[in-house]
Design a protein around this ligand. Structure first.
Ligand SMILES: C[S@@+](CC[C@H](N)C(=O)[O-])C[C@H]1O[C@@H](n2cnc3c(N)ncnc32)[C@H](O)[C@@H]1O
Length: 450
């Protein structure tokens, strides 16, 4: 399948930039090809830094983006798309390359080759541009001795095309083995969902009209094609909507009527769920430990013209003056549920990262218990696909005592029946609703303090 869903991005990825490409097209260069200066190409440079950062240094994609200098937003978006596509298909493309390499090339060369393969097999970049841009990239990065190798290998990939993927189990190869086995029977469907770029989902303030071009999903979320820029949609400045994946919007919906209730949103930034609670008429206390993230939450709530109390504090230590009706705990987690948006995380996280988070999740659940009135409700949520962070945490809390599980009913989840587990948990993964564009992986369970 192809990833060519963002016309804005693909236009930039489909042609090399810079004056020397024009010379190549003219085929009458006054200088021999080997002396030609490589074209400047900020898109490939940034994508290369991102991919090498992930593969060589386990550096998050966002970190490289944040460190990069100022550049045209469209080049930046194209770089993000090329890097993300390379990371989404990293395993299967490595398998394609392997038989074509007589010797192991240095890691940065392999990264550049993988970007070339991604352009050829998944981004529909014309072969001359896909090969030329990678050869130029290697020259710019003082890897000119590998330009011949790149030229030969990528020309072969261009010739043989997608037939090179035949017989390969792409779904299996594009997920690290530890995640594949952790996901059990869901693994193949999840991996297929991860091959697709995530669309833009919006939650609308009640009473406002959705901008044109969206599809209203059964749960009320409005969906736009991948690559849509939220800031370009009419109504953004006016605070008519905010970005929130269809699955991420469900935990607050499953809290029912919160009007007039005092609700603590524990671990709240950037505030998507705070905004939902505030639109529902709750008195919200949004607790966030990181000052910069709390400031972002405040900005978001102000843009939406909503009201919420923001508390900058450690949720494990802070206590409300009086116990409250409900707590929403969207706990810090491995975030494997958002791999569609962050394919770098596939190759960065390790099993021990999940283990390290589990203890904290138990501590947050215990902290929520201390904040609730007897009979008060905890909505526990994580954007994780891992059993350890979802169902296992709820079972452990029930074993520690002081909680009763209040399962979600068939009626409550009528609009997303596939997300209801036999125990009455809410659980999604990127393979659900795949024909409509999929969804993030989310887990939620409702507990009552007894
Ligand atoms: C999964 S995100 C929350 C997303 C948010 N609920 C939303 O829907 O927009 C987790 C947040 O918890 C915050 N956090 C982590 N540890 C915390 C702690 N001990 N106390 C308060 N907030 C914490 C992180 O800074 C991060 O902003």
């Amino acid at each position: 399948m192809t990833q060519n869903r963002s016309p804005r991005g693909s236009a930039r990825l489909n042609r090399p930039s810079g004056p020397s490409f024009a010379r190549r097209k003219g085929a009458r260069s006054s200088r021999p090809e080997q002396n030609r200066r490589p074209s400047p190409d900020p898109t490939r440079d940034l994508a290369f830094d991102i991919v090498c950062g992930v593969v060589e240094h386990r550096r998050m994609l966002e970190t490289t983006l944040d460190r990069s200098g100022p550049m045209d937003p469209r080049d930046r978006a194209s770089a993000h798309r090329l890097a993300a596509t390379t990371l989404r298909h990293l395993g299967s493309m490595t398998e394609v390359l392997q038989p074509m390499l007589r010797r192991e090339p240095p890691e940065p060369v392999r990264c550049a080759l993988l970007m070339g393969v991604a352009q050829l097999l998944h981004l529909e970049t014309p072969p001359h541009a896909a090969v030329g841009t990678i050869v130029d990239l290697l020259r710019r990065r003082r890897l000119a001795p590998f330009a011949g190798l790149a030229n030969a290998v990528l020309r072969r990939v261009a010739r043989e095309g997608r037939s090179l993927l035949e017989g390969l189990d792409e779904a299996r190869l594009d997920v690290p083995p530890w995640l594949w086995s952790a996901w059990g029977a869901r693994a193949r469907a999840i991996s297929r969902g991860l091959h697709r770029e995530a669309p833009l989902d919006l939650t609308l303030r009640p009473g406002v009209e959705a901008p044109e071009g969206g599809e209203t999903l059964p749960t009320g979320t409005v969906r736009y094609p991948a690559g849509t820029r939220i800031t370009a949609l009419p109504g953004f400045e006016e605070g008519h909507f905010w970005a929130q994946d269809v699955a991420a919007a469900m935990p607050v919906k499953l809290m029912g009527d919160v009007a007039g209730k005092t609700v603590i949103d524990l671990c709240a930034a950037p505030g998507g769920k705070t905004a939902q609670l505030a639109t529902g008429g709750a008195h919200v206390m949004a607790v966030e430990r990181e000052e910069a993230r709390a400031a972002r939450l405040k900005d978001n709530i102000a843009r939406l013209k909503l009201t919420a109390e923001t508390v900058v504090a450690d949720a494990l230590e802070w206590q409300p003056e009086t116990p409250v009706d409900a707590v929403l705990l969207d706990a810090p987690c491995s975030a494997t549920g958002t791999l569609r948006r962050h394919p770098d995380v596939l190759w960065i996280k390790r099993p021990r990262d999940v283990t390290a988070l589990v203890e904290g999740q138990d501590a947050f659940i215990d902290a929520a218990h201390r904040m609730l009135k007897p009979g008060g409700m905890l909505m526990y949520a994580v954007c994780s696909l891992q059993d350890e962070e979802g169902p296992d945490r709820v079972r452990a809390a029930l074993e520690r005592g002081g909680w009763k599980l209040v399962p979600f009913s068939e009626e409550e989840l009528a609009d997303m029946a596939a997300a209801r587990t036999p125990e009455g948990f809410f659980r999604t993964h990127p393979g659900l609703w795949v024909d409509r564009g999929g969804m993030d992986g989310f887990f939620a369970a409702r507990l009552q303090r007894v």
